[in-house]
Design a protein around this ligand. Structure first.
Ligand SMILES: [Zn+2]
Ligand SMILES: [Zn+2]
Length: 165
């Protein structure tokens, strides 16, 4: 979506709002497609004393899978992004400035990139997820499994000695 910011370009104090939905259902993350629902984007471009500032929020509910226990769950995800807009490039190296093309900016492209970069590399169903037992594969969040705790053989010898006292 191209947003025409010319109405606020030379009008300090003015702002221009925008709102749209983004389809990222074909975006792949570690072999999965977690963005099954539309991403709601809203934001504004504000002219503050002649400087154009853009800010946006992109939010959705992801189809997440816990990296530790493998449980599928819904995860709210909100990404915020901001940049400045300029009519011409002054400093190529400054990636916080997005250059307008004929007074327009591709807000859909900005939102898509910000959302994808904002995805977490690690997903956990909860901070203290206990994961699966490496021996039997049981979900340890549901309680301890029936695997016997392995006893240190040296401690076992000690225990024997104490028993025989
Ligand atoms: Zn988990
Ligand atoms: Zn086990």
């Amino acid at each position: 979506m191209l947003l025409d910011v010319r109405p606020v370009l030379h009008s300090p104090g003015k702002r221009l709002g925008f709102q749209f939905e983004l389809d990222l259902s074909d975006a792949e993350f570690s072999g999965r497609y977690p963005v099954s629902r539309p991403v709601a984007v809203s934001g504004q471009v504000r002219n503050t004393a002649g400087v154009l500032e853009l800010e946006l929020t992109a939010a959705t509910v992801l189809d997440a899978v816990c990296d530790r226990c493998g449980k599928a769950f819904s995860q709210e995800k909100t990404v915020t992004y901001g940049c400045m807009l300029a009519e011409e490039v002054q400093n190529e190296d400054n990636d916080e400035i997005v250059v307008l093309e004929e007074g327009k900016v591709d807000v859909e492209d900005l939102a898509r990139t910000a959302f994808i970069l904002g995805m977490d590399t690690k997903t956990l169903c909860s901070e203290d997820c206990k994961g699966l037992c490496p021996r039997c594969g049981a979900d340890l969040n549901l309680g301890p499994c029936s695997c016997k705790k392995e006893t240190d053989p040296r401690l076992a010898v000690l225990a024997k000695l104490l028993e025989n006292k």
